[in-house]
Design a protein around this ligand. Structure first.
Ligand SMILES: Cc1cc2nc3c(=O)[nH]c(=O)nc-3n(C[C@H](O)[C@H](O)[C@H](O)COP(=O)(O)OP(=O)(O)OC[C@H]3O[C@@H](n4cnc5c(N)ncnc54)[C@H](O)[C@@H]3O)c2cc1C
Length: 230
């Protein structure tokens, strides 16, 4: 590894870490590496303060919710994976799609704006969308709100004050890729955290540090190799 090409010129370095979340597969493609993650849209809505007290984090059926200190409740859609079909769904995901087909009862496919954007080449460069900010899945959120209301009738009407969404870089086996990239000295990959990134982030960070500084990890990373998809 000799460096990184950036918008402000080339940076020379012996070690590069690709931990670019949903962008990882696109960044690795020019190096001939397949990172078959699928963009899965995750959506969360925040209610107004509710007249109930909910002291626990609940993952129940198709929803997950937690009350904030101010009484508002964050309600997430967790019913299944929502994938916006894009050009890369087919180009990059041909190993993913058979698995997706097998698990099709867990996957919803959307065909809309993201397909148009990808056809226009908007995801092909790395500057048009610096922040991926997909639209929340309002239908899923409304269903999640109804489920919540069913569980907590005293909460009254569920109206969302705000909602947001993000793309999760989802691997076919739900495991991340963590390790030295095959065939490119000094390149470390830490991506494909598949909806578990908050939980495993600190351990992944420590492992990246070990790989860059010492060239090895104190953990057995054999389950997380990039080669498992080659
Ligand atoms: C709605 C939602 C709910 C979630 N809930 C949970 C949860 O409850 N628990 C959990 O564990 N996980 C959850 N996740 C998943 C979690 O957010 C991810 O697993 C985690 O953020 C992945 O971390 P990361 O550092 O790999 O990638 P990211 O957090 O995506 O970070 C990648 C970074 O790289 C930057 N980047 C990309 N390309 C470039 C480039 N070319 N140059 C420079 N920088 C670049 C991006 O801007 C970004 O800042 C949720 C995700 C969503 C969307």
């Amino acid at each position: 590894m000799s460096g990184v090409e950036t918008e402000v010129g080339r940076l020379k370095t012996d070690a590069v870490v690709v931990a670019a979340g949903a962008w990882t597969s696109r960044l690795l493609m020019p190096l001939g590496m397949r990172h078959p993650s699928l963009w899965i849209r995750g959506s969360v809505g925040r209610t107004a303060p509710l007249p109930i007290e909910l002291r626990k984090l609940v993952v129940w059926g198709a929803t997950a919710y937690r009350q904030r200190a101010d009484g508002r409740v964050n309600i997430a859609v967790s019913e299944d994976g929502f994938h916006d079909l894009m050009v890369d769904s087919f180009a990059n995901g041909h190993r993913f799609l058979p698995l997706a087909w097998k698990n099709r009862h867990l996957l919803r496919l959307g065909l809309g704006r993201p397909m148009m954007q990808s056809l226009m080449g908007e995801f092909a460069d790395f500057t048009t969308h610096r922040t991926l900010d997909p639209r929340p899945d309002w239908r899923g959120l409304k269903r999640a709100g109804r489920t919540f209301r069913h569980e907590y009738p005293d909460a009254g009407d569920i109206r969302f004050e705000r909602a947001w969404a993000g793309y999760i870089d989802y691997m076919p086996d739900e495991l991340p890729v963590i390790g030295m990239a095959p065939g490119v000295q000094g390149l470390v990959i830490a991506a494909g955290l598949s909806g578990n990134g908050f939980g495993i982030g600190p351990g992944v960070g420590r492992t990246i540090c070990d790989l860059v500084v010492t060239g090895r990890s104190r953990h057995d990373l054999s389950a997380f190799t990039a080669e498992r998809f080659s």
